[in-house]
Design a protein around this ligand. Structure first.
Ligand SMILES: NC(=O)c1ccc[n+]([C@@H]2O[C@H](COP(=O)([O-])OP(=O)(O)OC[C@H]3O[C@@H](n4cnc5c(N)ncnc54)[C@H](OP(=O)(O)O)[C@@H]3O)[C@@H](O)[C@H]2O)c1
Length: 337
């Protein structure tokens, strides 16, 4: 079978096809013929050696994907041949709080990822996906979808009338927009592009701010909320946004600390601003299988469709990763097998 692997060094230039044996499922495991994967900003960080410079190469990247069950190991009870399944991001995080040990079971680093024609995964690390979704749509859920669900619903507890601020128009942001709208929130979305802002409005964003043209977008959020601030800020920018996210927050509000799009450490974090708001800073690390299944129910009940920017064929996997790295996408970039 063919896989794409980071081979003799880090960086996109070192991601190339590789022939491997089709793996054999052991007890409690399934053989899955991959149908589609979706790409995340994290996959680029893994390929660049940013997340784990000690990763053993060759290594198969990409955490998210959907496939068909084509082989069953002994004692499998949760799935049948022919069913469509998605891997869960942290293979051992089933419910409740995560554990320190769990982080060694995340797909696409340190466990091999899904950019392969076939993969073997334990049945505990898989979920069914909503029937109404295409393979590519279903492949977007495991990281970006679950992260946004965790932030907006599980921890954010967003309810009708709340104001939610989401940043940019990448995968996590647009899922957060969709989930916040499902719960009746007023959503303010920021983007560097007026064209993308118009598309976000068509998806349900109530108010939009161009963060390039309005660098003090936190003040714009306060104006839009009559000085009150947002109930929940889904922070995806990291270094360049966290302090402004705090300024845009209402007293008693929550910031979901998720992204590092502009860097992973914040200088001069404004502690007094946090104290004055009694701000709740809730870091999010994707989510559990239970959260994934709750999200799937909501997606199915509401016939919601994830936003896909572009689908590449498997043979153009490296082009797809390069395209993601340019940051021009709106929603998810997928690869079809
Ligand atoms: N903690 C977790 O569990 C978790 C899970 C998933 C993702 N993440 C992180 O969350 C971030 C977003 O992930 P993603 O997969 O959604 O990324 P993505 O799809 O690549 O999103 C990229 C978009 O973000 C926007 N952006 C870039 N820099 C920005 C900035 N300084 N301020 C505001 N928006 C900015 C841009 O939108 P415009 O073009 O519209 O400006 C860009 O197109 C990444 O840092 C990723 O590593 C964390």
């Amino acid at each position: 079978m063919k896989v794409y692997a980071i081979q003799d060094g880090f960086g996109l230039d070192h991601v190339r096809p590789l022939e491997k044996q089709i793996p054999v499922p052991g007890t409690g495991e399934l053989l899955i013929k991959m149908r589609a994967v979706s790409l995340n900003s994290r996959d680029l960080g893994v390929i660049d050696g940013f997340y784990n410079p000690h990763l053993k190469l060759p290594f198969i990247p990409v955490s998210d994907g959907v496939g068909e069950v084509v082989g069953l190991g002994e004692n499998v009870t949760r799935f049948k041949l022919g069913q469509r399944v998605s891997g869960i991001f942290t293979q051992s995080w089933i419910s409740g709080e995560p554990t320190q040990e769990g982080w060694v079971s995340t797909l696409g680093n340190p466990l091999d990822g899904l950019l392969a024609e076939y993969v073997v995964l334990p049945e505990q690390g898989l979920v069914h996906v909503p029937d109404h979704l295409s393979d590519e749509e279903a492949a977007t859920l495991a990281c970006a979808g679950v992260t946004a669900w965790h932030a907006v619903v599980e921890e954010g507890k967003v309810k009708s009338g709340d104001t939610v601020l989401v940043q940019g128009t990448g995968g996590v942001s647009l899922f957060a927009l969709q989930f916040a709208k499902l719960h009746g929130a007023n959503v303010i979305l920021t983007s560097s592009s007026d064209d993308k802002l118009e598309r976000a409005k068509a998806l349900g964003a109530d108010q939009v701010i161009n963060y390039k043209k309005t660098p003090e977008w936190d003040k714009a959020v306060l104006e839009l909320t009559d000085g009150r601030g947002a109930d929940l800020v889904v922070d995806l920018g990291g270094a360049a946004t966290l302090n402004r996210s705090l300024q845009a927050l209402r007293v008693g509000g929550q910031i979901s600390i998720i992204g590092i799009l502009s860097g992973a450490s914040v200088e001069n974090f404004d502690i007094i601003a946090a104290i004055l708001r009694k701000a709740r800073l809730q870091a999010i690390n994707v989510g559990s299988r239970d959260m994934f299944e709750s999200m799937n129910s909501a997606i199915a009940q509401n016939a919601l469709h994830p936003v896909i920017d572009r689908v590449f064929p498997f043979e153009q996997s490296v082009d797809a990763l390069r395209y993601l790295s340019k940051g021009t996408h709106f929603g998810k970039v997928c690869i079809s097998l």
